[in-house]
Design a binder for this molecule. Structure first.
Ligand SMILES: [Zn+2]
Length: 570
């Protein structure tokens, strides 16, 4: 044997023996600061992944001595967290929004018009659809009216939804196509007309029964809650191919933000089926917790069919709406709005109590979770009481109140008595804080965005954003939850700080508690043996960095089932 070949043999033996002493895995991530978010909130240095799951996690030397892998990632001491779960958002809505006029951040109605004109130049769709305006951000903080829109777009229908989706402005052509006139009646919504006497918008004159009267007053184009649907119904639906492109584009943006599971609050069967197919084809890698829209067709279908689950999709909850939004004064309050003195305006309920009372026991019986949008204290009370009648006491059904935004002081404890999970959006607090006190008054606003008080009931809150109502960023959610400031760092001392969450609570709310609220705590939400390798690497540690640095933290890499779905370009 030559010297070289004996050397070769020696090396070969070394490799073989070293391999036989270590286990083969797909991926090792090491030299990291891994927030496991397990029960003890342990921090680990390295983890091992095979077949999309974590097979070991622990100290650097232990893991490196025990395993070898096809791929190894040196995290260079950066922080790793479980993939972020957005417990309440509108993934499909966000995806479609990417293909409409983006009106977020507009400072006046003129800016809304300008963006719409720009968009229309490059768009051949039959309708012009947009979303994102908020009159509370304008100098004139009133609902707009449609004259300018009509003169710019006399024949093409235009429909521009407010940021919260609960109100919108339509031009004349859009109203015509939806057959809306001053005689149209609508329950659980409103069609705003000019007040012919005062020449001012008759914005105060709406409730389920009270409508733009028959005096042929002109419609301003503003529609609220159920009236929004009258127009949405006549807008041509995007075909499946269009939706597919939009969803794939959207998931990329979400991976960039570190999101690995989205709880979509309100989906139809067609969309759920599309998501399922795209996931089976391995095109859609995003995990989806699909809340089924609580309308008659969907209830008929899914109560018959029962819950459904795959590796990336859970279909075992219904999403209902109790009321509207605070921004458009559709939220249902026990006492009247404080910024409308002339009339006793309480907001409105989207469905009658009978409806919820009928379906709560049916959902319970079939093993479905009930998730209901409640903003106003009246809506929250109604639904807490509806849930209570079915749940009866402490339970593990994990029924959720979505938003739980304004709670009457005596109602907080109902979350505890009936084990109801508050599903909350910290950036709502910091978006609404500029005007919430006007709507609610000094006293009542203390029970609004009261996240700590809600957390104290069951020791769990699920955090989300409600995107596209808010930005998709989990980092902004974390910052808003702990600092109670908006992206511009306001207010200096934080908003109603008695309801700030600790960093640990905020991180849990975006990971393990969100997973719990989805019945998915055994498969995700923390980095532990046997769970999915859904994780993010950040370029700075949100748990230790100073508050003022949090918003600058960037996602370096995002993994789903051990697969690298996003990498920051260097
Ligand atoms: Zn929502």
């Amino acid at each position: 044997m030559t010297k070289i070949s004996s050397l070769f043999l020696g090396v070969l033996i070394l490799i073989l023996t070293s391999c036989s002493n270590t286990e083969q895995a797909d991926l090792i991530v090491h030299n990291a600061k891994i927030y496991t978010v397990n029960d003890l909130f342990d921090i680990a240095e390295a983890m091992v992944i095979s077949d999309g799951k974590i097979i070991d996690i622990g100290p650097e030397h232990e893991i490196r001595n025990k395993y070898h892998a096809k791929k190894t990632i040196d995290a260079k001491k950066q922080a790793i967290y479980p993939g972020f779960i957005d417990a309440h958002c509108h993934f499909v809505g966000y995806a479609l929004n990417l293909k409409t006029v983006n009106l977020v951040g507009t400072k006046s109605f003129d800016e809304v018009l300008n963006r719409t004109i720009d968009f229309s130049k490059n768009n051949n769709d039959e309708w012009i659809v947009g979303r994102g305006w908020d009159q509370n951000d304008w100098e004139i903080k009133e609902f707009p009216s449609r004259e300018k829109l009509d003169s710019l777009f006399p024949t093409q229908p235009v429909f521009l939804t407010r940021i919260d989706g609960h109100s919108a402005i339509a031009n004349g052509e859009a109203l015509r196509r939806a057959n809306i006139t001053s005689k149209t009646k609508i329950n659980g919504g409103a069609i705003i007309a000019y007040n012919t006497e005062s020449k001012q918008n008759q914005t105060l004159n709406f409730s389920a029964t009270e409508q733009a009267s028959d005096n042929q007053s002109q419609l301003t184009g503003v529609v609220i809650d159920n009236a929004v649907d009258l127009i949405n119904k006549v807008i041509p639906q995007p075909n499946l191919k269009y939706l597919e492109t939009a969803l794939l584009e959207a998931q990329h943006k979400l991976f960039e933000a570190g999101i690995t599971t989205v709880d979509d609050a309100g989906l139809s069967k067609d969309t759920i089926d599309l998501i399922d197919r795209l996931q089976q084809e391995n095109k859609l890698k995003m995990k989806v917790y699909a809340m089924i829209s609580g309308n008659q067709n969907m209830l008929n279908h899914y109560l018959e069919k029962g819950p459904y689950k795959t590796d990336r999709l859970s279909v075992n909850s219904f999403k209902f709406y109790a009321d509207g939004a605070l921004g458009s004064r559709g939220a249902c309050l026990l006492e009247p709005y404080t910024d409308i003195i002339e009339s006793e305006h309480h907001g409105l309920l989207i469905s009658e109590a009978d409806f919820f009372n009928k379906y709560a026991p049916l959902l319970y019986e079939k093993g479905f979770q009930m998730n209901t949008h409640c903003i106003g204290d009246s809506a929250n009370r109604l639904i807490l009481d509806v849930y209570a009648r079915t749940l009866k006491g402490v339970n593990d059904k994990r029924w959720r109140i979505e938003h739980a935004q304004v709670i009457h002081p005596t109602d907080f404890e109902k979350f505890k008595t009936y084990t109801i999970i508050p599903s909350i959006q910290p950036t709502h607090a910091t978006s609404d804080m500029y005007w919430a006190k006007d709507r609610l008054g000094e006293h009542r606003v203390k029970g609004a965005y009261a996240y700590k008080d809600l957390l104290n009931q069951n020791g769990i809150v699920a955090l989300g954003t409600d995107f596209p109502v808010e930005d998709i960023s989990p980092i902004k959610t974390f910052y808003a939850a702990v600092a109670r400031k908006d992206a511009s760092g306001q207010p200096k001392d934080g908003y109603q700080m008695e309801n700030a969450l600790t960093k640990k609570e905020a991180l849990k709310g975006m990971t393990i508690w969100a997973a719990l609220s989805n019945f998915e705590e055994n498969e995700k939400g923390s980095l532990e043996i046997g769970k999915a390798a859904d994780f993010v690497i950040l370029n700075n540690d949100i748990m230790t960095t100073n508050e003022e640095n949090i918003l600058d933290v960037k996602v370096v890499q995002t993994f789903i089932n051990g697969e690298d779905v996003f990498s920051l370009k260097k």
